[in-house]
Design a protein around this ligand. Structure first.
Ligand code: DX5
Ligand code: ZN
Length: 216
């Protein structure tokens, strides 16, 4: 998996025209499709579930990055992978037996990511970093698109990168929340490999061009 990847978040897509938006993403330089699943319990919002996932899989042609913002994600891992998820990320705050959940994802043939909320320290990765394929650092409190980027994230990117290098981990670093044309290159320079972008892409005049610019 190469660096400087862009993962547009479908949470900000036009759900009335989901097929049109997916076709735009297929044509674009987007690398991944970021799919946000929310249960109204782990986060104060409900997004979508399997029927919408099915449409995304049917029309989307990119690597599918599923971000589970749900309690007890282990109960739904199999279903998401069978639905076509290439990578499934679970919050450390939401999965009691994280090692078991990560193993389950990998045993079912998908890549496994772990997610940290803005207030969760990087030290929580200490005993899982060698096993995971990706660390997703939230740069907003999860639940909604269009929020303001939390500046403390740069420090966490540096700390995560340091841990990855020290432990010979192959994990990628993904950033999610408030990513835009102002902070994208700074985040890549700090050590991020994948940037999620919802509002920055879908609220722009020219989403395809914005995806291109986010990579520069
Ligand atoms: C927030 C979601 C994000 C969100 C990002 O809980 O996990 O993926 O869609 O949206 P923007 O880029 O608008 O902050
Ligand atoms: Zn997300």
């Amino acid at each position: 998996m190469k660096n400087r990847l862009i993962a547009p978040s479908l949470l900000s897509a036009d759900f009335g025209n989901l097929q049109r938006d997916l076709e735009m993403l297929n044509r674009s330089q987007a690398d991944w499709l970021h799919v946000d699943v929310m249960d109204g319990r782990f986060v104060p919002n409900i997004s979508f579930g399997f029927p919408v996932m099915k449409t995304i899989l049917e029309h989307g042609k990119k690597f599918v990055d599923v971000h589970l913002m749900i309690l007890q994600p282990e109960n739904y891992i199999k279903e998401f992978i069978e639905a076509g998820a290439d990578l499934v990320s679970v919050h450390v705050e939401a999965s009691t037996h994280l090692h078991r959940t990560v193993s389950l994802i990998q045993d079912l043939g998908a890549k496994a990511g772990v997610v940290l909320n803005p207030s969760t320290p990087v030290a929580m990765l200490e005993d899982i970093i060698e096993q995971v394929d990706l660390v997703l650092l939230m740069s907003v409190n999860p639940g909604f698109g269009g929020q303001k980027f939390i500046e403390n994230t740069y420090k966490k990117v540096a700390q995560t990168k340091e841990m990855i290098l020290l432990r010979n981990s192959t994990a990628l670093i993904e950033i999610d929340g408030g990513v835009n044309l102002e902070n994208a290159s700074k985040l890549f320079a700090a050590g991020a490999d994948v940037l999620v972008a919802g509002n920055a892409v879908f609220a722009s005049q020219d989403p395809e061009r914005t995806i291109e610019l986010l990579k520069i």
